[in-house]
Write a protein that binds this ligand. Structure first.
Ligand SMILES: Nc1ncnc2c1ncn2[C@@H]1O[C@H](COP(=O)(O)OP(=O)(O)OP(=O)(O)O)[C@@H](O)[C@H]1O
Ligand SMILES: [Mg+2]
Length: 352
């Protein structure tokens, strides 16, 4: 298998934080051997493209030097609203004709933007539609400049960019690795990564991505509400003489306040997830997930899984890493970078 017995780096440049995870592919299974992150320079990322390569590369080089990662093979991910991911069905045909057919179908599907796009596809398998055999294909397309920016960044920082992946596959690999059991891969599962600017909602089953959507709501929107909350606390402090703002800043929220803030801030997200599930239900009626695993920086908000569960009637759980899978401290912000570093790693039977 690709990259076998090697250490691979996953690089996830987020709008607020850039995460790096190193995975060693051992005979006994993959092991997370290192993880690090730095604050992405302000304005460095614009709609998924790294526009300030110099500043980002300066921080990245420093991290590479510290971990002695120079020359290391790296997998990066592109994400956000400009990455187009869609499942499509095309008539069954020989493999060699597939590329032209997918390209032709892609032209019909892709929104015209005038930008040059990099396209790729994954053959998911053969299905039946109205009694006829069809091929299920997952198409991904991203602006060429976005992909090129990652090449430039890695070259500047002394890393070798081995592949550019998409966030849904990184999340899928991370989930399959961390949640281990084969039973867990047999049923459809939702994966929700709540970053600072974007939330990626993905539905997977086994090694298939069945649905994927980027939503432009994230921690930034919710943090905005925390600021409002702080203002409310400030007013309360003036009235009562108790400094609730200080409490809020140290994370000691009054539960009732937190609840109100969460509800208002996450309303939009709940609406978008519901909308995605409604769309998906029509596309894949037999493959509804009964649980959603959440990751990303904003997923650590206290009470978030319970809030989502009660709002949506599906079980939401935090993504967790079993202690034997990592030699370093792990947190849910690292999910995408972890999945990237797992590219090409044999995750065992059931991973076809
Ligand atoms: N303890 C916390 N409670 C609530 N939210 C938090 C906490 N810690 C971090 N966050 C949120 O997580 C965000 C960072 O998460 P993450 O690193 O996943 O984002 P990102 O990858 O940089 O962003 P994106 O993927 O949207 O470009 C912060 O902006 C903040 O809103
Ligand atoms: Mg992110």
């Amino acid at each position: 298998m690709l990259f076998k017995k090697k250490k691979l780096l996953g690089l996830d440049v987020g709008s607020v934080s850039t995460k790096l995870v190193e995975v060693l592919n051992e005979k006994t299974g993959p092991l997370i051997t290192a993880a690090d992150e730095f604050r992405t320079p302000e304005q460095a990322l614009n709609e998924g493209e790294i526009v300030d390569i110099d500043s980002t590369a300066a921080f990245l080089s420093e991290t590479v030097r510290r971990h002695k990662w120079f020359g290391r093979k790296t997998v990066a991910a592109v994400g956000g609203l400009k990455v187009f991911i869609r499942q499509m069905k095309i008539p069954s045909m020989p493999q060699k004709e597939l590329f032209t057919a997918v390209d032709w179908e892609a032209k019909k599907l892709l929104p015209f933007s005038g930008e040059e796009l990099v396209k790729d596809f994954v053959l998911l398998g053969e299905d039946e539609l109205d009694g006829k055999k069809v091929l299920s294909v997952l198409l991904a397309a991203a602006p060429k400049q976005m992909v090129v920016s990652y090449h430039k960044l890695c070259r500047k920082a002394g890393l070798v960019l081995a592949a550019v992946d998409i966030i849904p596959y990184a999340l899928l690999r991370c989930f399959n690795f961390l949640s281990g059991t084969l039973e867990s891969r047999a049923a459809p599962v939702g994966l929700l990564d709540i970053g600072a600017q974007y939330t990626h909602f993905v539905i997977v089953k086994g090694n298939r991505v069945l649905f994927s959507r980027a939503i432009s709501v994230g921690g930034k929107n919710i943090t905005g509400l925390f600021s409002e909350l702080a203002a409310t606390n400030r007013e309360a402090a003036e009235r009562t003489g108790v400094n609730e703002e200080e409490k809020a800043n140290t994370g000691e929220f009054i539960p009732a306040f937190l609840d109100v803030g969460m509800r208002a801030g996450l309303e939009e997200l709940v609406k978008e997830i519901r909308r995605s599930l409604d769309y998906y239900r029509v596309q894949e009626p037999g493959n509804l997930p009964d649980r959603v695993v959440i990751s990303g920086g904003a997923s650590v908000l206290p009470g978030l899984p319970d809030f989502f569960s009660s709002e949506m009637g599906i079980e939401f759980l935090p993504m967790e890493v079993p202690p034997e899978s990592t030699a370093v401290a792990w947190n849910p912000r690292l999910a995408v970078a972890t999945g990237l570093a797992l590219r090409g790693v044999d995750l065992g039977a059931g991973w076809d």
